[in-house]
Design a protein around this ligand. Structure first.
Ligand code: ATP
Ligand code: F6P
Ligand code: MG
Length: 320
């Protein structure tokens, strides 16, 4: 293993920079050279390269986003796009590619890795925490922290004005972020794409809470559950209680990574280089039961990570 490539892909996640730093410095420490590809898979298709060394990753461990930039690149999903990416890896003699991103990025890595000699190792980094095979992804803890800081502030207005609040958090397809935010802010109701709900049941819970003396509530809703604006209007109309919607948006994707996101990035980055040094590819780095390990890339992208219903149940009991 002489040359390692790094690409960041999909939505940015706090800690991606700390992962770039870890991969670069561990590789340099072991005498390997490192090439960064810019703008996600676009960088491999268009040949946008940047040599990286221990000094060029100085001062980034605390920075959100990714210094390599990122994209959602449909071109990598075509055989023509993958052929260009493969030619770019061959041209730069990249023996192993570290793909820092989410499930979509790993699907691209699996498809690209099928027909070439370059070994692929995925480093899970997404605020969605929806990568199968790892308990946690880089950036998830930071996004939870950012969201709960904002929801705690919204709670002040909810209590003072005795209002209902729907707070929409990110998660177009999955509810890991919504579940953890809901549990840790003490939300009265959590809505996730994985669990279908009936509006009537929501109205009943809100009315039951009101009869117990609760005149305000926080409903945490994942982006993927549908039209939250309409839901707020429906709640107001059916319960007679003033209801507001607050969409937290992209603030959840940015900011300085927490200690936990930096720690995971450092461990995953180091593990990725260790795997490649041992000539092991087709893997992702993972955290399972507190231990940093590796897991099959193929199995990860083939399997949907299950949402733990126990978190939702616990949140429900604790919010009574
Ligand atoms: N099924 C697939 N096959 C090949 N490539 C894919 C596939 N799905 C997504 N990709 C590619 O992977 C990249 C990132 O995917 P996506 O936008 O799903 O983000 P992600 O890595 O899952 O991160 P996040 O969900 O945190 O934004 C894009 O360039 C996209 O073209
Ligand atoms: O608007 P964009 O950049 O496509 O990102 C939105 C998506 O990215 C994510 O935040 C993950 O990065 C999802 O939860 C969300 O659906
Ligand atoms: Mg994803």
């Amino acid at each position: 293993m002489k040359t390692i490539g790094i690409v960041t892909s999909g939505g940015d996640a706090p800690g991606m920079n700390a992962a770039i730093r870890a991969v670069t410095r561990i590789a340099a420490y072991n005498g390997m050279s490192v090439i960064g590809f810019e703008r996600g898979w676009e960088g491999l298709i268009s040949g946008l390269v940047r040599p990286l060394n221990a000094r060029s990753v100085s001062g980034i461990i605390n920075m959100g986003g990714t210094i390599l930039h990122t994209t959602r690149c449909p071109h990598i999903q075509t055989s023509e796009g993958r052929a260009k990416a493969a030619a770019c890896l061959a041209k730069h003699k990249v023996d192993g590619l570290v793909v820092i991103g989410g499930d979509g990025s790993f699907r691209a890595a699996r498809a690209l890795g099928e027909k070439i000699d370059t070994l692929m190792v995925g480093v899970p980094a997404t605020i969605d925490n929806d990568v199968y095979g790892t308990d946690e992804t880089i950036g998830f803890d930071t996004a939870v922290d950012t969201a709960i800081g904002m929801v705690d502030k919204i709670r002040d207005t909810a209590i003072s004005h005795e209002r209902m609040f729907i707070v929409e958090v990110m998660g177009r397809k999955r509810g890991f972020l919504a579940s953890m935010v809901g549990l840790t802010v003490g939300a009265e109701i959590i809505l996730v794409p994985e669990v279908p709900f009936k509006e009537q049941r929501l109205f009943d819970i809100i009315r039951a809470n009101e009869s117990m003396g609760k005149r305000s509530a926080i409903i945490i809703a994942a982006e993927g559950i549908g039209d939250t604006r309409k839901l707020a209007l429906d709640i107001e109309e059916n319960t007679g209680l003033e209801t507001r919607l607050s969409v937290l948006g992209y603030a959840q994707r940015g900011g300085s990574p927490t200690a936990r996101s930096r720690y995971l990035a450092s461990e995953f980055g180091s593990k990725a280089v260790e795997l490649l040094s041992d000539d092991k590819g087709g893997l992702i780095t993972t955290l399972r039961e507190g231990r940093v390990m590796s897991f099959s890339l193929e199995e990860s992208v083939r399997t949907e990570k299950p949402l733990d219903p126990a978190i939702l149940k616990l949140a429900e009991i604790l919010a009574t």
